[in-house]
Design a protein around this ligand. Sequence first.
Ligand SMILES: [Fe+2]
Length: 180
Amino acid sequence: MSVSPVSSSPLPSPAAAAPTQTELLDFVRRTAADAELIASLPLDPEGRTWVRLTGPGGSEAWLIGWPPGTGTGWHDHADSVGAFLTASGELKENALAARLPTDGWRTLELTDGVDRERRLAAGQGRAFGRHHVHEVLNESPDRHAVSVHAYYPPLPRIRRYSRSGQVLRLEQVELPEDWQ
Ligand SMILES: [Fe+2]
């Protein structure tokens, strides 16, 4: 008769494992619940405001304030995965359900039916994979929104797009040094 060893201790986790989308989403959810931290973000009626946070597992994290009527424009975070969640106010995300070719194109005609739209009220967020193309907006006429974001790998490239109807055009690739 053989007896299988039974252990109640958890398996050791690899020290340098990349954070998963779920872990990033857990982090932004926990962080958004920290009312004192959220209230510490300076708000500016003229433009977005940012505070850098320390994300889990070496990820890059930000607290962002969105005055009424502001938005990001269409972009993706290239090879980084991420998560974001509304801490106060409401944000809207317009996203593409299609996976775009990675590189080597300047304009792309989108097929019908790829647009997705979601409203993220306080406490609601999402995780996203690599090459997730989206824009995030605060469409409120009078209310600031605050959100928490995390990305891994950190300091992602940001590819910016313009959109006219179903045509998406790559306008610019920003590297971290462009926005510091
Ligand atoms: Fe984004």
